[in-house]
Design a protein. Structure first.
Length: 69
């Protein structure tokens, strides 16, 4: 249930904090892809995990923006 804890943590953050988290996750994904292309990445499953985290963050951002309307 590590994912549920992560989502609860994201829901408690403000919109600005979520945007910062999104930028950091996208940078991490870029670095992972770069490492994968140069055959330096050992754990390729991390790419999938970061992609899902980005989707979770974006979903919560949309939920918060819809709740304001």
């Amino acid at each position: 249930m590590k994912t549920n804890k992560y989502v609860e943590d994201l829901r408690s953050k403000s919109a600005a904090e979520l945007n910062n988290e999104l930028v950091a996750a996208k940078k991490e994904l870029f670095n992972l892809r770069f490492q994968n292309a140069t055959n330096q990445l050992d754990n390729t499953g991390r790419i999938k995990e970061v992609r899902k985290n980005i989707a979770r963050i974006q979903t919560i951002i949309v939920e918060k923006s819809n709740a304001v309307k």
